[in-house]
Design a protein around this ligand. Structure first.
Ligand code: GLU
Length: 482
């Protein structure tokens, strides 16, 4: 048997982090078993589905390196299959037309509420006579199609994550709607609904394992009944835990991040994100925490997926991200940082300044946790003029500092393009001629060049400023403060 799994997002929003994590597990499972990973876009809700979301889903999966082997398939292009499936169920008497009006359904629910019962459809149109049907039709009522659900049934399956799951037929809300009312003249029935379309697709696409979020458990019970009714082999099911926020509630819009794009904008890199998402509910057999998707695929099994919700741990994600960031070569990392410098409003020419930006990247890399940290970490480097912090001004005013700054200034005036040795020689020279401590020279230089007493490596920063000619300008500014 070839393993065939799928990710089936609805394009009603950007690629959601939960969907992306489900995609990761499906991908890992497919790759582990040498199977196929299929992308299906569930766009039957034409009101809420948008092509820009489909694009976002595709680009998000691509960004995470979750390549799919088949698809994308679009449910809106497969309506004939669903219609055919509904017809089969109708012909076999396993589904029927229900003519209830919205008001009747509402009254039914109110009455159930008054009796303290859970709301459900009471299957009242399951056995309509020909005359009753004719009467409803002549009133101009349009029917939905309902699939019969046996209240006395127990639906039991061995979930690959949760072990034995049991659902009672009478907990499924009564006979389920599988197609809406017809909208156009001459149509036998309207838009096919989620559970029907999913089962029709999963059968036709020969899906062997349905791996999806635990919020679909009740759907699984209904879907198993549909598989049985259609005489199809029931696939294996695995329900993955929800992603919870740090308070233990379902990660939601209120947490400020819901889509893969949100994480991308925050400055997480794709291999770190994929790595972290794998850990959201799965543990490596050797408890390793840093691995590529390919490495994880070698060890992946659904038995190691937890039943309990997966708590989102920002600290761990940050740690994983920094590990990846620090290992990206500067000539690649620089291009990932450029958008953040641009956003921060720093002025540079991405082509002409590329070698300089690469050196800057090398300088700040050890302090980066997220790509977005680049803006702050290089704040003191960009620009010919700076704002001096109060403690820097105070230092500049200390005795002897003016001479140091002036001394350095004279040295730079007489040289073109400093290298590391030159800067060190200048510092040595000043220390000697002015008879001051090296520490004071370093501090004065930091205050004069950077405007603050703390920051990235002084010599490397100076070299960057020197290439731009900004060191001279900044030292003059420093002298003006004194
Ligand atoms: N379209 C469904 C969703 O986005 C897919 C559920 C499934 O995998 O069957 O939640």
């Amino acid at each position: 048997m070839t393993v065939r799994v799928r990710i089936a997002p609805s394009p009603t929003g950007n690629l959601h982090i939960g969907t992306a994590r489900t995609a990761v597990f499906n991908w890992l499972f497919a790759r582990h078993h040498g199977g196929k990973f299929i992308l299906r876009i569930e766009d039957t809700d034409t009101q809420r589905s948008k092509s820009e979301y489909t694009e976002n889903i595709k680009s998000g999966l691509t960004w995470l390196n979750l390549d799919w082997d088949e698809g994308p398939f679009f449910q809106t292009q497969r309506l004939d299959l669903y219609r055919q499936t509904i017809k089969t169920l109708l012909d076999q008497g396993l589904a029927y037309r229900c003519y209830c009006t919205t008001e009747e359904l509402e009254q039914m629910r109110e009455a159930q509420k008054a009796r303290n019962e859970a709301p459900r459809y009471d299957n009242r149109h399951r056995n309509l006579s020909e005359e009753e049907i004719a009467a409803f039709e002549s009133q101009g009522r349009k029917p939905v199609i309902r699939f019969k659900i046996d209240d006395d049934r127990s639906i039991i399956w061995r979930d690959l994550v949760r072990d034995t799951v049991t659902w009672k037929g009478n907990d499924l809300g009564g006979d389920m709607v599988i197609a809406r009312k017809p909208e156009n003249e001459g149509e036998e029935f309207g838009q096919p609904l989620y559970n029907l379309a999913v089962v029709a697709d999963d059968i036709e696409m020969e899906i062997t394992h349905v791996i999806r979020g635990e919020d679909h458990i009740a759907n699984t019970a209904k879907q198993i009944l549909l598989y049985e009714a259609l005489g199809a082999k029931v696939p294996e099911f695995a329900h993955t835990p929800l992603i919870l926020n740090e308070e233990g509630r379902k990660l939601s819009k209120r947490d400020g991040v819901t889509s893969v794009d949100d994480f991308k904008k925050l400055g997480f890199v794709s291999p770190a994100m994929a790595n972290y998402m794998t850990l959201l509910g799965w543990t490596h057999p050797e408890s390793e925490e840093l691995f590529t998707l390919e490495e994880a695929a070698k060890h992946f099994s659904l038995e190691r997926v937890n039943k309990a919700g997966a708590k989102f741990d920002w600290k761990k994600l940050d740690w994983i991200n920094s590990q990846y960031l620090h290992n990206i070569p500067a000539n690649e990392l620089v291009d990932l940082l450029i958008p953040y410098w641009t956003e921060a409003g720093y002025e540079f020419d991405p082509i002409a300044d590329h070698p300089w930006l690469e050196e800057l990247t090398q300088l700040i890399t050890p302090s980066l946790t997220r790509l977005s940290d680049a803006a702050n970490e290089s704040r003191l480097i960009f620009g010919e003029s700076i704002t001096f912090a109060e403690d820097a001004i105070a230092l500049l005013k200390e005795e002897g500092v003016k001479d140091i700054i002036q001394g350095v200034q004279t040295e730079i005036e007489n040289s073109s393009g400093l290298n590391e040795k030159d800067t060190k020689d200048i510092i040595k020279q000043i220390t000697k001629t002015l008879g001051v401590k090296k520490g004071l020279v370093m501090k004065s230089l930091r205050a004069g060049l950077m405007g603050e007493l703390k920051g990235p490596d002084l010599i490397q920063s100076w070299l960057l400023l020197n290439q731009k000619g900004w060191d001279k300008l900044r030292l003059q500014q420093a002298l003006n403060q004194i």
